[in-house]
Design a protein around this ligand. Structure first.
Ligand code: PA5
Length: 478
């Protein structure tokens, strides 16, 4: 039997055996599509890498705009990351060690990737464990909603922490970091002004700010930049050609890596190795192209929902990041010729095993309209071994000595086998482990996949005209 899987030299595996077979895709049709549409998409992505332009892509203002995400992994003058920008981030990382708290304020592409980094490399106990932080600050996020309850709960928390610091005769040192390319997004600006107004009045708080925005914007239309100039705040750039959901490997995402004291160079090295591998691979060995092609072909056969299901709580926010990447990039009314196509899969966040008790019934028995994308970490860094503390209840003996990680894997294998047994489309990515290098590989791989699928479907993967409609209606009310 043919084994349909690609093992990238780093050890990441893309297993697409279950996209193929009865009721699913046939090897000959995939091979044919690869040599025809796949080859065209490959050429277009090469051109994107070379020129920095994607076919017919225009900015919101209708002018040609660069798409530089494929340059993010390469540290070089003229690229989104330069030696100086990386040095600046590293200095900033050290500087943040003098702060007690950093609050990142942003939404969409100026938040989701940052939360992935926090959950993967900080996690549940970051804010309560000084041992884990090793001198880096506590990290919080806000501004990703217009929810007063959410904002107030963080504000109260800051006041409580400031009260504790005051009892120790110190001020609580807080760094507020609004992240916004436009500098005018309502969620971010509301949260920033709300926190600034409240925290700067508090005598027990020493407040500082850093702005992350488009530093080339005309100052008159860049409120965050105006403030940074006026108060002398630190600033980081969201460069031309870097759009929200494709920005995680540049300043707006890397500031969170800096706050965590994470390894920025490893993160970029992972992305770079993935880019080099995909660039040099034969069509049939290019995992990003194949991932795009198989999902595109499945879509043409009615699979217009993609369930992204990591078997890891720490990676749930990766699924949320992927929702934006897929939905905003490929959910398009018109193709690049202006014809109405209503393209795109609806992304669904799921996490194993939690959602096996919630969504799997629908995945297994519901309409034949889904692709389930599994993600596993082969070697989780922790184990949890079960022992029976209830000697007089023999039921518990059967799990004596069981490692929870083994059960997690068994659950994934079972879910996968159950779907496959009913000829339902599914695929699996395996990361050898969760670290900066492999996360960089995976996130870049997903962005590249989306660029390929944009080419296959002939839609502009880098704009989001649909969100302007509600924005106009909302502005009229405020
Ligand atoms: O992907 C996108 O472009 C959007 O999700 C934006 O990131 C989001 O709307 C926030 O925009 P800004 O960074 O301008 O505040």
């Amino acid at each position: 039997m043919v084994d349909y899987r690609i093992v990238v030299p780093s050890g990441i595996v893309f297993d697409f055996n279950n996209m193929m077979g009865a009721g699913r895709l046939q090897p000959q049709e995939v091979e044919q599509a690869l040599q025809q549409q796949g080859a065209v998409a490959e050429k277009a992505v090469c051109e994107l890498r070379r020129s920095g332009f994607a076919k017919k892509h225009l900015s919101k203002d209708g002018t040609p705009e660069h798409v530089y995400f494929p340059r993010m992994p390469y540290i070089a003058d003229g690229n989104p990351n330069t030696e100086q920008s990386i040095i600046k981030l590293m200095r900033y990382s050290k500087h943040l060690r003098s702060k007690d708290v950093v609050i990142f304020l942003g939404v969409g592409g100026s938040y989701l990737g940052n939360k992935v980094l926090f959950d993967a490399f900080g996690g549940y106990h970051w804010n309560t464990s000084a041992t884990l932080r090793q001198g880096q600050p506590c990290i919080y996020f806000s501004g990703n909603n217009l929810d007063p309850v959410d904002c107030n709960s963080l504000l109260f928390k800051m006041r409580r922490m400031a009260g504790v610091s005051a009892q120790e005769g110190k001020k609580l040192k807080i760094m507020l970091v609004p992240i916004s390319k436009s500098g005018t997004t309502l969620e971010t600006i509301s949260a920033f002004t709300y926190f600034y107004a409240n925290l700067s009045q508090n005598a027990d708080i020493d407040l500082d700010c850093t702005v992350v925005t488009d530093l080339q914007a005309p100052i008159g239309s860049a409120p965050l930049l105006q403030l940074a100039e006026k108060f002398g705040w630190e600033r980081f750039d969201i460069k031309e050609g870097i759009g929200g959901r494709f920005s995680i490997m540049t300043d707006p995402g890397l500031v969170t890596m800096a706050a965590l004291g994470g390894d920025i160079e490893e993160f970029l090295r992972g992305a770079r190795d993935m880019d080099i591998y995909c660039r040099q691979a034969e069509l049939a060995e290019n995992p990003a192209l194949l991932n795009a092609l198989l999902k595109f072909m499945a879509y043409e056969r009615g699979r217009d929902i993609e369930v992204f299901m990591p078997y890891s709580m720490r990676l749930k926010s990766l699924s949320e990041w992927y929702v934006q990447l897929l939905a905003e990039s490929l959910g398009k009314r018109c193709n690049r010729e202006g014809e109405v196509v209503y393209y795109g899969r609806t992304p669904i966040v799921a996490v194993g095993t939690t959602d096996m008790h919630a969504q799997t019934q629908q995945h297994q028995d519901g309409r034949l309209n889904k692709v389930v994308q599994f993600l596993e970490v082969a070697n989780p860094e922790e184990e949890a071994i079960l022992h029976n503390p209830f000697a007089d209840v023999p039921f518990f003996d059967k799990y004596e000595g069981m490692d929870m990680a083994k059960a997690l894997k068994a659950a994934l294998n079972a879910n996968e086998a159950a779907l496959t047994g009913d000829n339902r489309y599914n695929a699996r990515f395996t990361l050898p482990k969760l670290n900066e290098y492999y996360l960089g590989q995976l996130m870049y791989f997903l962005m590249l996949t989306i660029a390929y699928e944009g080419e296959l479907a002939d839609v502009d993967a880098f704009d989001q005209p649909g969100v302007e409609v509600y924005k106009k209606l909302m502005k009229a009310q405020l």
